[in-house]
Ligand binder design. Structure first.
Ligand code: ADP
Ligand code: MG
Length: 316
């Protein structure tokens, strides 16, 4: 069993009358990419700020690397890297100087620092921009610089708070690939996002957060098992008789149907795939079928089923 790297017990953080983190428990193991998935305002950044002792909290305990975390726990902090949601770099320093400046907080030896800075530059793919000032960088490149500054000292535990918001697809892939490479090198990663696709793509385990509370936790496969509708089938049909429809409805895996003239919608709950048995029944009843479409659950469906609302508003 891997070591526990981060342990949060019963964390509560209030802003006045608003409870931003509500009795949260988390345990994160070495080598994980642990996802905190929740809509805007669900308390992800507040949780991270408490974890890092950047913010005081009302109740609870936080241990990192098996030791109590505090604002003066420098022996813990030296092994932590932080990539905050709001980019934090110095406008008056160029790319190289920015990364070197962050590195100098941890590493005094100049030669060693030069090696580390170049490694970080290559890691995020900023070789062609070392002399650029932040103002001249695109949003995506600025994010990459922010990441280089956070990881240059080779931390064992790294926090990424929504690192891909408003980033072009190329930088987004670069960032996600980079996080996987850091994991392969042995880092433990805590990753927050409101993009379920990203969390599914890279996280080993996920907590779904709503209003500061953990509403579900597990691998993406485990989370999807929480959803009652495991598959939704849409088929264009012609000549569907009542008998045919009744036979479909009588299948054990069918939990509901909707039928309007040409489109048959079937909600299923099953361990396996349901499309083929449905098509077989339709064929038996001489029903002509056109396009068939099957939708498997997403983490949004998990969130919807637990909280009754969408993970994020439809983006404009
Ligand atoms: P997330 O990172 O998931 O978007 P946050 O942790 O930023 O969520 O915010 C959680 C809740 O706390 C939100 O309702 C937000 O408006 C509120 N909040 C965040 N920071 C402050 C603050 N400094 N003062 C008062 N309320 C805050
Ligand atoms: Mg946030």
């Amino acid at each position: 069993m891997a070591n526990t790297v981060v342990k949060i017990s019963n964390l509560v953080k209030n802003y006045g009358t608003l409870t931003a983190v509500d009795h949260l428990d988390l345990e994160i193991k070495e080598g994980e990419i642990y996802g905190l998935l929740g809509p805007n305002g669900s308390g992800k950044t507040t949780t991270i700020s408490c974890l890092l002792s950047l913010l005081s909290y009302d109740e609870g305990e936080i241990e990192i690397f098996g030791k109590k975390m505090s604002s003066t726990a420098y022996d813990i902090k030296k092994d932590i890297g932080v990539v905050l949601q709001n980019v934090a770099v110095f406008e008056q320093l160029n790319v190289y100087q920015n990364i070197d400046c962050f590195c100098s907080l941890y590493v005094k030896d100049k030669k060693k620092r030069q090696e580390l800075v170049w490694e970080a530059i290559k890691f995020v793919g900023l070789e062609d921009f070392v002399k650029f000032y932040p103002k001249k960088l695109s949003g995506g490149l600025l994010r990459r610089l922010n990441i280089a500054c956070g990881i240059v000292h080779k931390p064992k535990l790294i926090f990424f708070d929504e690192p891909t918001v408003a980033v072009d697809p190329q930088s987004r892939n670069n960032i996600l690939d980079g996080i996987l490479r850091l994991r392969d090198e042995g880092c433990t990663i805590i990753y927050t996002s409101h993009y379920m696709e990203e969390v599914e793509q890279i996280c080993s385990r996920i907590s779904i957060i709503d209003k500061g509370r953990k509403v579900a936790e597990g691998t993406k496969e485990q989370l999807k098992q929480l959803v009652h509708t495991t598959e939704t089938i849409l088929i264009e049909v012609e000549g569907l008789t009542n008998e045919g429809l009744q036979e479909i409805k009588s299948q054990g895996f069918v939990t509901g149907t909707e039928f309007d003239e040409h489109t048959l919608k079937i909600y299923c709950h099953s361990d396996g795939h349901c499309l083929l048995p449905v098509l077989n029944i339709l064929e038996k009843h001489n029903v002509k079928t056109g396009g068939a479409y099957t939708k498997l659950p997403t983490l949004n469906d998990v969130f919807l089923e637990i909280t009754g609302k969408e993970l994020r508003d439809k983006e404009a």
